[in-house]
Write a protein of this length. Structure first.
Length: 547
């Protein structure tokens, strides 16, 4: 109240001295009333800016009656105007027929304050979407009282179905953003329920696959797939059964399931949680588990792809126990992207003629997995972390038909843990001098174990029978490691955030890592986390350092 008194005294003394005593009388009356337990509002006071309102302890602008204007926090008779430049009140900034108004029959309000108060001739807040009907680009009433593009998915659709934090509609990027449970990431649109077969483990009878009558398992769902219904949504829960998928009526089958887990406990060799032997299948967001009850490292497998199958695993988590393997590829083509694989048995096994792509994924051996064995396989491993395996990545002979074999921008940590593997991260077997070399470039190799391999060695690698897997433009952080002949090699502590494999392991680079900006010849565009890489100065390993 003292601030208001001071403001009024200063103003009236300078410009309205004759009214000073009258205003003070009103304030004295207000103070007296306040002391008696009630408050009287000064009808002549107004504020148009946050700063003015704050002086009076108000949180929002106030307006004057029609025909009045707020000038220097005082309501007074509005003077005639010729143009809008004559209107000093920001709430009535438009000259309409000689009168300054905020809105009228011919002066419309904008989406920021869309509703016209006819009595006060000022624009105010909306109360519901109906107040925003006149704004095609801003049809939704926000809690702030402004009309905006959206406040929820009900205002969005098509290829922009998601209402973002900025109250604008945009494309979906994840399945969880869609009410149907599936996002068509290539277009940004949510998949229509009519194109989806739903699976719910709580279903008690075979349904038609609709949201109301879902199938009971993945096998039933595959039988309901048609040319126009090629998406399967696994609802959250544990789907404890084996599934074998072949060709379906759909040209490409998409299976999504955030919160869904496929799990199977197998007795030994020849069982899989998920077996895909034909067709083009993409699986996204699902957790896949396998437990080998028979023991050993050649038992149950979480995912097996074979024959003519073309499989893509995106944002998938694979976890095994009892010596079960994560992934087995028998002549098929498999891409694993943005996923995490943790195995107690073989991490990845391939047979001759297979094709494998590992991209932006983490392969965790947990100190138990023998590692990866890639036999006569075309493969690309890029932007991955491979850590904690008892054995190495074993590249067993060249790919059939001289297919490409490349490992780039990958961080290897504490592999080859057994005495026989001698701290080697990679091994190449059965190569000859005329074979195409394995490309090992822009990688980081870190191990606390002294290198002790007896074979011809190079860069965290070993080889026998021909051309070695020699790295170039890579970093090696391992005690006792021999110097390979490759160009651009760095031998120094890698500078990882937390290099000890286990709880707290963090393979990202610290600010002092010598791997930063070392890859002058790299053409990579993103790193493990999807962060952009700098052209001509990418960092070695899976991580692109960001301050």
């Amino acid at each position: 109240m003292s601030q208001l008194v001071t403001a009024i005294i200063h103003r009236d003394h300078a410009t309205h001295a004759p009214r000073l005593l009258a205003r003070l009388a009103l304030l004295v009356a207000a103070l007296a009333a306040g002391a008696a337990g009630c408050v009287t509002t000064n009808p002549d006071y107004c504020c148009a800016t946050d700063a003015e309102c704050a002086l009076a302890g108000l949180t929002e602008p106030t307006s004057c009656a029609a025909g009045m204007a707020c000038v220097d926090t005082v309501c007074q008779a509005a003077e005639g105007c010729t143009t809008s430049a004559d209107c000093a009140d920001p709430l009535r900034a438009t000259c309409d027929d000689g009168v300054c108004v905020g809105c009228s029959d011919v002066v419309a309000c904008g989406p920021a304050a869309p509703v016209c108060d006819d009595a006060a001739a000022v624009c105010g807040a909306c109360a519901g979407d109906a107040d925003c009907a006149g704004f095609a680009a801003s049809p939704a009433c926000a809690p702030t009282g402004a009309c905006v593009e959206c406040t929820g998915p009900q205002h969005c659709g098509g290829t922009s179905p998601v209402c973002g934090d900025d109250q604008r509609c945009g494309a979906c990027q994840t399945d969880g953003e869609c009410g149907s449970g599936a996002c068509e990431v290539t277009t940004g649109a949510c998949v229509e329920p009519a194109r989806i077969v739903y699976v719910d483990v709580a279903a008690t009878s075979a349904g038609d696959g609709s949201a109301e009558r879902p199938a009971r398992n993945l096998t039933e769902a595959a039988e309901l797939v048609t040319t126009s219904r090629g998406v399967i949504v696994l609802r959250p829960g544990r789907h404890e059964y084996q599934t074998s998928l072949g060709a379906t009526a759909a040209t490409e089958l998409l299976i999504v399931g955030a919160g869904a887990t496929l799990s199977h406990r197998g007795p030994g060799v020849g069982t899989q949680t998920l077996d895909i032997f034909a067709g083009v299948v993409t699986m996204r967001g699902v957790t896949i588990e396998a437990h080998n009850e028979g023991g050993g490292v050649l038992g149950n497998v979480a995912v097996r792809a074979r024959l003519s199958a073309r499989v893509r695993l995106e944002d998938v988590t694979v976890a095994t126990s009892g010596g079960a393997a994560s992934l087995k590829v028998d002549g098929a083509s498999v891409t694993v992207s943005r996923s995490r694989l943790r195995a107690t048995g073989w991490q990845v096994l391939t047979s001759p003629g297979s094709t494998l792509v590992l991209d932006r994924s983490v392969l965790d051996g947990g100190g138990a997995s023998p590692g990866l064995r890639l036999s006569q396989t075309s493969f690309t491993i890029d932007n991955c972390v491979i850590a904690g395996h008892r054995g190495p990545v074993l590249i067993d002979r060249k790919a059939l038909a001289q297919g490409s074999q490349a490992i780039t921008h990958t961080t290897f940590v504490d592999n080859g843990q057994t005495v026989v593997d001698g701290g080697a991260h990679l091994q190449c077997a059965g190569f000859f001098s005329y074979d195409l070399p394995v490309v090992v470039r822009h990688d980081v190799f870190v191990s606390p174990r002294p290198y002790s391999y007896d074979f011809e060695a190079g860069g965290g690698l070993s080889t026998w029978g021909g051309t070695p897997c020699r790295p170039s433009d890579s970093l090696i952080d391992q005690p006792g490691h021999p110097t390979p002949p490759g160009a651009g090699m760095i031998f120094a502590p890698a500078g990882l955030v937390a290099p000890a494999v286990g709880a707290g392991f963090d393979p990202h680079l610290t600010a002092t890592s010598p791997a930063i900006d070392a890859g002058a010849s790299s053409v990579a565009t993103v790193d493990l986390d999807g962060d952009p890489r700098l052209p001509g100065r990418a960092d070695y390993g899976a991580d692109e350092f960001t301050p």
